[in-house]
Design a protein around this ligand. Sequence first.
Ligand code: 13P
Length: 252
Amino acid sequence: MRRKLLLGNWKMNKTISEAKAFAKEAKELGKEARAHKIDMGVCVPYLCLESVKKILKSSLIVASQNVHYLEKGAYTGEISIPMLKEINIGYCLLGHSERREYDNETSEKCNLKMKALFANNMIPIYCCGESLETFNEGKTKAFVKEQIVTGLKDISAEDVKKLVIAYEPIWSIGTGKNASKEIAEDICKFIRKVLRELYDTKTANKVRILYGGSVKPENIREYLSQKNVDGALVGGASLDINSYRQLLVNIE
Ligand code: 13P
């Protein structure tokens, strides 16, 4: 059985002091989540990683929102895997649509990062998802398949089993226009089919696939009750501690 995973993505929100205040309140949630056999975590800005990790330790997952694929060098403004490892960060988001749109994060680049993360025993959370235009043209599956095939090129079955994939249709992010649970299930099921074709059934069944896009405490349960939706990646509704807690409470 795949364990459910609930991840908040703070994006470019919270100063260090705001992040610490949140982490102090969130610490207790780890126990609650474990009691319900749910993994829970937050993807926080680089600057907050160390202080949030120090407070949360292993009670919640603390993930980076990006990383460079090289160990070091002349890449101004970038952060490397050894820098993350030194502060015990074990997870990293890759290919979020905002990074794809504003920072030229391609699936090819995500593939390089994914290889580097796995080589360092870290877990990538690989985001995929189509624009409204692609959705309206009925080309979602072809688009998402391409992102998966390119992002996972030359990744071994052993590594893929540990991967987390997040399906986030761009038209549902921050818009309040969430995809229906049927759409979320249909695409997550399709992603699993692609994984079966690339690897095998056993491997595909191990991969956790999340839905993201306007997930709120009021609608989280309908997504997580779908067979192929193993959790949620939540932006806006993860920023406030009460709403973040309510996401967990409302899963059950
Ligand atoms: P919202 O939950 O704010 O729509 O954001 C979704 C998202 O992009 C999470 O990565």
